[in-house]
Design a protein around this ligand. Structure first.
Ligand SMILES: Nc1ncnc2c1ncn2[C@@H]1O[C@H](COP(=O)(O)OP(=O)(O)OP(=O)(O)O)[C@@H](O)[C@H]1O
Length: 378
């Protein structure tokens, strides 16, 4: 299953991180095969913890409680509670990379982003690295559902948190990655073969010539919008937002796709995620809901003073780039259908996202053209 691939040398990465921040990142050379059953994996996870955190190396195995955290569809998230005799237990999360995810995720880019994002105080603390994954602190908060994101108070908080995220300065390439990534996905997705004949049949119905033309057309159009390039999360779905209501804190987690990118893409992609993995696109936010979000993104202190002109600019950007989000994740779905062992209908996901692209294309593209030529969008 291609599971035992070491992505990096963990010791070197940890050493570099120590130099970069003067903070200690623990490391282990171990690799855990994510295709193992949970009961087979458990003792290996305990071994990993002991190898990585020297303070725990002499603890009895019974001091470790290992559980799965559900929610994601790319990696395996584990929670380890360690009772070492102190009154307060330690809790960590172990993110075990899904097999073959190197086809869709640039792990070195993710690592670079994670270092800077976590040291700026977003998300969980980065604690350690091993052969095919990383360890972070456990966030004591609840994960949002798609319908939570529509709730006005939460939408305002998310907008404000995303605004702060977009102000991050992360070293490395500042080139927006959207179209590089879309074309990379396209090259991969259009040249696959499936062992499963049902999947192959469904795959054969996809016109990659048509998809190619759609990408070209949308790229040309969005280029004319001049959406600012910022440091972008690129995957702000409900499962990647956690909220601790008591502390009034919003956590943006999971930086697998983070890169410099177009502001409109990050916001439009977030709106597309109101539909959830079930792709109930009736839940896509209407203009009022979007304007509420923009007001709190643009001017969280004085949301009612945001100009109509700014609201219109954001509206055109977000909805045109929401189309790009459909293309991006539909191509991702095809690749995952071939590469991922996770039980999820990724090919079905392609069709849902691509059909939504086609359903919305005319109205959003004509709005963008009218905006670019100086007309009104409504
Ligand atoms: N540090 C953490 N502390 C507590 N819970 C966490 C932490 N990191 C992730 N989770 C929980 O685990 C879930 C899955 O995590 P994550 O989104 O990173 O997985 P994923 O497989 O990359 O997901 P996807 O690809 O669907 O975005 C999250 O929705 C959240 O509920």
């Amino acid at each position: 299953m291609g599971a035992e691939v070491k992505i990096w040398n963990p010791v070197e990465v940890a050493e570099q991180a120590r130099k970069d921040y003067a903070s200690q990142i623990h490391s282990s050379q171990l690799i855990i095969d994510p295709s193992l059953s949970f009961s087979q994996m458990k003792p290996l996870i305990i071994k990993l913890c002991k190898d990585m955190f020297k303070d725990w190396s002499n603890l009895d195995d019974s001091c470790f409680d290992v559980d799965k955290i559900s929610g994601g569809i790319t990696n395996l998230l584990l929670k380890v509670r360690v009772k070492d005799g102190n009154s307060v237990d330690d809790i960590i999360t172990i993110r075990l990379y899904g097999p073959n995810t190197e086809h869709i995720i640039d792990r070195h880019r993710e690592l670079q982003a994670t270092k800077y994002i976590t040291s700026a105080g977003f998300g969980a603390k980065w604690l350690g690295i091993f052969g095919n994954g990383m360890v972070q602190s456990f966030i004591n908060a609840h994960t949002l559902s798609p319908s939570d994101m529509r709730e006005p108070k939460l939408a305002a908080k998310i907008a404000n948190a995303l605004r702060r995220f977009h102000h991050l300065e992360v070293p490395g390439s500042r080139e927006p990655q959207l179209w590089n990534d879309v074309w990379k996905f396209f090259e991969k997705a259009s040249t696959l073969k499936f062992d499963d004949s049902e999947k192959q049949k469904a795959y054969d119905t996809i016109s990659f010539k048509e998809v190619h033309n759609e990408i070209v057309e949308l790229q040309e159009l969005t280029d004319c919008l001049n959406s600012p390039v910022i440091f972008s999360h690129n995957d702000l779905l409900s499962g990647n937002i956690m909220v601790n209501a008591e502390e009034d804190k919003v956590y943006i987690i999971d930086y697998e796709y983070a890169s410099y990118n177009y502001r409109g893409f990050d916001i439009g992609n977030h709106f597309a995620e109101y539909a959830g993995f079930d792709c109930d696109f009736e839940l896509y936010p209407n203009m009022n809901q979007q304007y509420h979000f923009f007001r709190h993104y643009i001017q969280p202190d004085r949301p009612n003073e945001v100009s109509e002109k700014d609201l219109e600019t954001f509206y055109v950007e977000a909805n045109t780039y929401a189309l790009a989000s459909h293309l991006f994740w539909s191509l991702w779905g095809i690749i995952q259908a071939r590469m991922s062992p996770i039980d999820f209908d990724y090919l079905g996901y392609f069709f849902l996202r691509y059909n939504e692209y086609k359903r919305r294309k005319e109205s959003f593209m004509s709005m963008a053209r009218s905006y670019i030529s100086g007309g009104k969008n409504k």
